[in-house]
Design a protein around this ligand. Structure first.
Ligand SMILES: [Fe+2]
Length: 226
């Protein structure tokens, strides 16, 4: 029986966010104001959601690991500090971009921003893969699936609705049908009906129509996992 993996849904969403942001930055003409503003907004959303994600892990997951393996928890906490430093540099670039004097300076800064974001992508891809390997191994060793799901539930309940809405978009875009169906069934089992309705409305705007219909049909046939 596979163990509960609380990283799957969110990390697949966050990886999709990284890929799409990198692609957007690569396609941006940084001498064009509207394109640049849209790309910088995309970048700010990515930085915000990664910062929030690290904060949730620091508050809810690393303490659970630290109870048994403090040095491992400390190591991941330090990686979050490094990540925050990379994000702060990217954020400062975004916030000062329109102070640049001319097209040549903007083009040069856009190129540098692409390189810096690629470093952020590489760091986070490695970091998330490491978490899925090492943190899962420790969570599975020291906690039951019920206890791990309780940690996840505390994270979900600590999110502001508007922040959750941002994560939902990327989780919907980044996950396949079986993972999404498991997620929606868990929401149906644990959350008020209004939350599932919100999630279904979001799915209708994000997923291709065939995926959204398949989700509705599967939920109608079996709203909660057997
Ligand atoms: Fe992390």
């Amino acid at each position: 029986m596979p163990r509960v993996n609380i990283f799957t849904l969110i990390h697949k969403g966050l990886r999709t966010l990284l890929y799409e942001t990198a692609s957007c930055l690569q396609q941006t003409d940084f001498t064009h104001d509207a394109e640049t503003e849209a790309a910088l907004d995309h970048l700010r959303e990515a930085l915000f959601l990664f910062e929030e994600h690290a904060r949730h892990e620091d508050m809810h997951i690393l303490p659970a690991v630290a109870a048994y393996e403090p040095s491992v928890a400390d190591c991941f906490g330090q990686e979050h500090d490094t990540d925050a430093q990379l994000a702060a540099e990217l954020s400062a670039t975004a916030d000062t971009f329109f102070l640049l004097p001319d097209a040549a300076a903007r083009t040069e800064a856009g190129t540098a921003l692409n390189v810096a974001f690629a470093e952020f992508v590489v760091f986070n891809l490695k970091h998330m893969a490491c978490e899925e390997r090492l943190l899962n191994e420790l969570l599975w060793r020291y906690y039951s699936d019920t206890e791990i799901l309780a940690i996840q539930q505390r994270i979900v309940l600590s999110q502001e609705p508007w922040t959750a809405d941002l994560y939902w978009r990327w989780m919907l875009q980044g996950n396949n049908h079986p993972d999404t169906l498991r997620w929606f069934r868990a929401v149906a089992a644990l959350a008020p009906a209004a939350v599932l309705e919100q999630l279904l409305r979001k799915a209708a705007t994000v997923l291709p129509p065939t995926r959204a219909v398949a989700l509705h049909q599967a939920l109608a046939a079996a709203p909660v996992a057997a």
